[in-house]
Design a protein around this ligand. Structure first.
Ligand code: PRX
Length: 632
């Protein structure tokens, strides 16, 4: 009881930034408030000034912003190449020998790439892709482990104006196939394997399976890792053979600010995943500015974002944001807790990491291992700790603050999405923090919590999170499905509807409560109920299925499935395992339900829609709510 009270006292507290942060901070609280006011009052002028100051453009724009509801454009007719901003300008400005990336793996192997070396690698890959006939606008799918070549391949696409679509290397062959097919990618770039928990995971065979029936895929480029010597088929080419004799120079393609940069697939509440499309100029500017101010980047900082480029966090805060500001980043392949739960803390100690950005699920995992693990290491280099992907529960926030930050770091709890491209709601490091509350909207972002009609709810009342106007890195469309894009801007008034429930307190701090729709957030990964259900019914014994997310100590949410079997099928443990295997095959391990319950019936509306909310309420022992539309 006494312990509980102590935690409650800590949760209610406002945490002021420590001296160490305040002394260095690029912007103070007062400056942030002042600039925020300006950014809302005259948004176009605000972004225009920053675009001029912070980025290199081949040609200046004619107009900053145009909004023909629901579509919008930023920096109209401005010309740039994001890789010029990420690489060339640093090399030209005396940072050729500054380290861009330090890669490490579970065995402690290490590779370092300077900005100069990275530029040459990117150019060679870019020339290699050109030699295969890839040109501006073509789609390239990247299914690779977390190695420098993966990041460099993304940049090589951007160099020549090809649109990359990175697929997380944990997705199954059929999930990969869907993405290759939807984007009609000409080329797939992969690797032989990745290693996790000491075990090799074969990636190449997943690609083989995925492309079997896809005639439009012209070539598979294969990065063979140390010791590999695969015999490649006629349509396959070795990564290093492809780039070996290429020139280290490649003139960057002149890109319009609104030319597509990448597609990234993400789950929605219905149907197949959506291909979120981001363009060049606004995305470059917004990820640059958020990296600089939210992580308070200084010239000598070491930055470590623990994500994977298969997700938006990797795109924006492992590749484009950090390189555009010119910081040194760590990238670590493999599991956080292997060979032991000290791995991440030893990396922070070894490389003197200053800014560390991870997900609440990882923090909860380490809470379970106990504070003795981080306690063994010198973490005094840390100044800023970030959180992303799901709501961070106050207990995890405090554990992070005390055991990793040693009460001497600021925590930035960054709320954003694949669609938003960059951080939307957070406190900047010099701003007072409240555990469990993401904080305030970033520059230029007008966020609010409203009811279904778009009217603001009272302080601390639950409502829908909306953004009132487009921002530079907002998604531009859903690949091939503009109607799905329009939906974001038409659900609630003409605001951007994020799909999250939230509250806003008297000080304007926003707390994210979780999804408002049929999307489950498992360990910070978005999984659509519809996708899992269709993977379940792909099993021959399954007649119907419904899935819900239920609270989970480490993952945040876990998936529970309710399954109706076809007539005459016997329930066995083997069958359960078989059904789970079917989901693994259709989607990948991250979408496999933790629990399957066989039922005779599912709650449905009279029009036949499954009422997942009723299943969830029953599961959690909560009131059922309005069930007037329930069938029986
Ligand atoms: O529900 C919110 C949650 O993750 C969703 C976006 O998922 P995704 O597009 O995969 O991007 C994740 C990484 C940016 C949001 O709708 N979410 C993300 N960050 C937070 C969060 N929920 C609460 N607090 C956060 N900091």
């Amino acid at each position: 009881m006494a312990e509980q009270n102590e935690i409650l006292l800590k949760i209610d507290k406002i945490y002021n930034p420590p001296e160490k942060v305040l002394k260095k901070a690029l912007i103070s609280k007062e400056k942030f408030d002042e600039l925020y006011e300006k950014s809302i009052k005259d948004t176009e002028n605000f972004w225009e000034k920053l675009a001029e100051k912070e980025l290199h453009w081949f040609e200046k724009w004619d107009k900053v912003f145009e909004w023909n509801y629901p579509t919008y454009k930023w920096f109209i007719n401005g010309k740039l190449n994001i890789t010029y901003n990420c690489l060339d300008r640093h090399v030209e400005n005396g940072k050729r020998n500054k380290i861009a990336y330090i890669w490490t793996d579970e065995d402690g192997n290490e590779k370092k790439y300077t900005y100069g070396e990275l530029l040459e690698l990117v150019n060679k890959i870019a020339n290699g892709l050109k030699s295969l006939g890839i040109k501006k606008g073509d789609r390239v799918v990247i299914y690779m482990p977390l190695v420098i070549e993966q990041l460099a391949t993304m940049l090589a696409c951007a160099r020549i104006g090809a649109i990359h679509s990175v697929v997380y290397a944990g997705f199954s062959a059929s999930a990969l196939k869907m993405r290759i097919e939807d984007a009609k990618a000409k080329i797939v770039i992969t690797s032989t394997w990745t290693k996790r928990r000491g075990k090799k995971i074969d990636l190449k065979s997943v690609v083989d399976e995925a492309v079997k029936e896809l005639d439009f895929v012209e070539k598979i480029v294969v990065l063979q890792r140390e010791g590999d010597n695969l015999t490649l088929e006629e349509n396959e080419i070795d990564f290093y053979k492809l780039i070996k004799n290429q020139s280290p120079n490649c003139t960057p393609e002149i890109m319009d600010a609104e030319d597509p940069l990448f597609i990234l697939y993400t789950s929605g509440s219905t149907g197949k995943p959506k291909g979120v499309l981001h363009t060049t100029g606004g995305y470059n500017l917004y990820t640059h500015i958020t990296t600089k101010y939210v992580f308070d980047i200084h010239e000598d900082d070491i930055f470590w974002c623990t994500a994977d480029p298969g997700w938006i966090t990797g795109h924006s805060y492992m590749v484009y944001g950090p390189l555009s500001v010119g910081v040194t980043s760590i990238i670590a392949e493999g599991a956080p807790d292997y060979p032991d739960p000290g791995r991440w803390w030893s990396i922070i100690e070894k490389y003197r990491v200053n800014i560390f950005y991870t997900a609440p699920t990882a923090i909860r995992l380490f809470m379970k291992y106990g504070e003795q693990w981080p306690a063994k290491y010198d973490l005094s280099s840390l100044r800023i700790l970030g959180s992303v992907g799901e709501p961070i529960n106050p207990e995890a926030w405090i554990w992070y603050y005390e055991n990793i930050g040693r009460k001497n770091c600021s925590i930035v709890d960054t709320w954003w999405q694949t669609e938003t491209g960059g951080h939307m709601i957070t406190t900047v490091p010099a701003y007072p923090q409240k555990p469990g509350k993401a904080g305030k909207p970033f520059f230029g972002i007008e966020a609010d919590v409203v009811d279904k009609n778009g009217n603001p709810v009272k302080p601390n009342e639950v409502g829908y999170l909306v953004i009132k106007k487009p921002w530079p890195s907002a998604l531009r469309t859903c690949w091939g499905e503009p109607e799905r894009f329009n939906k974001y801007w038409s659900e609630i008034s003409q605001y951007y509807f994020a799909g999250d429930m939230a509250t806003k307190d008297e000080d304007g701090y926003i707390m994210i409560l979780g999804r408002a729709d049929d999307v489950i957030n498992v360990s910070g990964h978005r999984i659509g109920t519809a996708e899992v259900e269709s993977a379940l019914v792909a099993h021959e014994a399954v007649a119907e299925a419904a899935v819900i997310g239920i609270p989970h100590e480490i993952k945040g949410e876990s998936i529970k499935a309710f399954v109706i079997l076809k007539q005459g099928i016997e329930i066995t443990d083997e069958l359960k395992g078989d059904i789970k295997q079917c989901v693994r095959k259709e989607l990948g391990s991250l979408a496999v339900p933790d629990e399957i319950e066989f039922v005779e019936k599912l709650p449905k509306t009279r029009s036949g829609k499954i009422m997942r909310r009723v299943l969830k309420a029953k599961e959690l022992g909560m009131p059922l709510g309005d069930i007037s539309t329930l069938e029986d």
